[in-house]
Design a protein around this ligand. Structure first.
Ligand code: HEC
Length: 118
């Protein structure tokens, strides 16, 4: 009984491991971006009072995304002052983040604001 249970668990774990290995790379980037977002960006991008465009707010993100990724990356990395005086601090005020981490978090927010495809 116990043996059968642990065998089942081992098979389940193996299955999970191989499913992980077979993941498309863009999903790995998405998860990385989400982790960075949870650790740093959500402080403002899940707090409307800050004036930051909120996660999943398609209306707020559409004109920003229309600027192109290069501009969004630059504003996230170097900081940006909006027309209403709301400040996006460089790297979300977390200098420990690498360029790639900041970019992954930008990608995550841009993607999260897109309508879900059926
Ligand atoms: C201290 C608050 C704060 C934190 C933390 C923060 N942001 Fe922002 N962010 C803002 C505000 C405010 C704006 C909107 C500025 C404006 O346009 O008025 C903004 C705007 C942006 C924009 C849009 C820039 C544009 O050109 O329209 C991007 C991209 C962005 N943030 C990325 C990030 C990422 C990635 C992180 C985490 C690494 C992060 N932010 C963390 C406050 C913050």
């Amino acid at each position: 009984m116990f043996l059968r249970k642990s065998l089942g668990l081992a098979v389940a774990l193996l299955g999970a491991a191989s499913a992980h290995a077979g993941r498309p790379p863009e999903l790995a980037g998405f998860e990385r971006g989400r982790a960075v977002w949870l650790g740093t960006c959500q402080l403002c991008h899940a707090e409307p009072a800050t004036g930051a465009p909120q996660l999943g707010d398609a209306e707020a993100w559409a004109p920003r995304a229309a600027q192109g990724k290069a501009v969004l990356y630059q504003h996230a990395l170097e900081g940006f002052m909006g027309p209403l005086g709301d400040e996006m601090p460089a790297r979300g005020a977390n200098p420990a983040l690498s360029d790639d981490e900041v970019k992954a978090a930008v990608d995550y927010m841009v993607r999260a604001a897109q309508p879900v495809k059926p």
